[in-house]
Design a protein around this ligand. Structure first.
Ligand code: AHG
Ligand code: MN
Ligand code: MN
Length: 345
């Protein structure tokens, strides 16, 4: 059951309207909508504005750049902004009744944000700051979010496959701040107008090109890749010699930023398994699955190379997964390499 339905472009897709106006306009078309989802998105956008403001002051005020000295459940050093963003998501939802459970990259276990948390109530899973290593060098970072309805599984109720997501999206803190989301009916992008303090619709009904010109992968790990990954990347490099449109490489090192470029221009992003990280690095529930939800809504594809990301049944909250995501043409070919696991000429 979804609150929001927007199956085709309507007046709610007029550029320049606010995020909240866009959601309200869609809700008016569906009498069953409770309005809770609109409230949830309003609070996500508030968190995004607070984090965006904090980032804008990096270097000017204390405790924005650098490390806190703590280590998170992933074994990664926590930066001040990871902590600020995590606390911001907790603060904007606490006692609102909009979200019963919050799971985060920065929290070992989900936390309850409401006294009552029945099956079917909203749960939010976040990567509060994605691309943390880029904070201190003034390069784009993001927040990634996934909205579920709490399930009935024995643990937290959050171990649901990505195709059960109610909504997903990300906020990209780049030259401007953009919120991109889907509630299962298209992908819509909003740009923060910092003077008005509102996210305004700038990219209605986003569609990924069927084929692109960039590939994105951390090539420093190529000695540790499985042979099929090397073969596939070599195939892309050979496009020019085959008289095809050549590829160029781009790698920011912030997943959501690399994904956003891929969404707009087409192409492929890969974080494959390596010898050190046999399951890859990216987290299924709050990195891969939400971006897979977005890309499929935009006409693209996401898989491990072998299996569709949205079909994976999670076994653990912080589970990692290999990711191959982007335009259908490139992802399909990468899957052919992965499935055959052999060289192609
Ligand atoms: P996070 O900052 O949330 O821990 O995520 C970092 C991830 C992802 O954003 C990025 O694409 C990837 O790590 C980069 O990893 P490598 O440095 O291994 O390429
Ligand atoms: Mn991340
Ligand atoms: Mn993170």
């Amino acid at each position: 059951m979804k609150d929001i339905v927007a199956t085709k472009p309507t007046t709610s897709l007029t550029k320049g309207i606010t995020l909240f106006q866009h959601i309200l306009a869609q809700q008016t078309q569906y009498p069953d909508a409770t309005g809770e989802f609109g409230g949830l998105m309003a609070q996500i956008s508030l968190a995004a504005k607070l984090i965006s403001r904090q980032l804008a002051q990096a270097g000017l005020i204390e405790n924005v750049l650098g490390f806190t000295g703590e280590v998170n459940v992933q074994g990664e050093a926590v930066r001040h902004l990871d902590q600020y963003a995590n606390e911001t998501f907790i603060r904007v939802f606490k006692d609102t009744g909009l979200v019963c459970l919050l799971a985060s990259e920065e929290l070992e276990e989900p936390i309850a944000l409401s006294n009552q948390c029945p099956v079917g109530s909203y749960a939010l899973l976040v990567d509060p700051i994605d691309g943390s290593s880029n904070i201190d060098v003034n390069v784009s970072v993001a927040s990634i979010f996934s909205v579920q309805k709490r399930g009935a599984d024995s643990t937290s109720g959050l171990l649901q496959p990505g195709n059960a997501q109610v909504a997903a999206g990300y906020v990209l803190y780049g030259p401007n701040t953009m919120l991109v989301y889907s509630s299962g009916y298209g992908v819509h992008g909003f740009t923060l107008d910092p003077v008005v303090g509102e996210f305004l619709l700038s990219h209605p009904n986003m569609q990924i090109p069927t084929q692109g010109e960039y590939y994105s992968i951390n090539e420093a790990y190529s000695p540790d890749w499985q042979p099929y990954v090397r073969d596939y990347i070599e195939h892309l490099k050979g496009a020019k010699n085959r008289g095809e449109r050549p590829y160029s490489a781009r790698y920011i090192g912030s997943l959501a930023a690399d994904f956003h470029r891929t969404l707009l221009t087409g192409g492929i992003y890969l974080y494959p398994p390596t010898i050190d990280k046999p399951r890859g690095k990216l987290r299924l529930l709050y990195e891969a699955a939400p971006l897979a939800f977005i890309v499929e809504q935009a006409g693209g594809r996401a898989s491990t190379g072998i299996e569709r990301i949205l079909d994976i049944q999670p076994q653990a909250l912080h589970q990692r997964v290999p990711l191959v995501i982007g335009s259908p043409t490139e992802v399909t070919l990468a899957e052919t390499y992965a499935q055959q696991g052999t060289s192609h000429s």
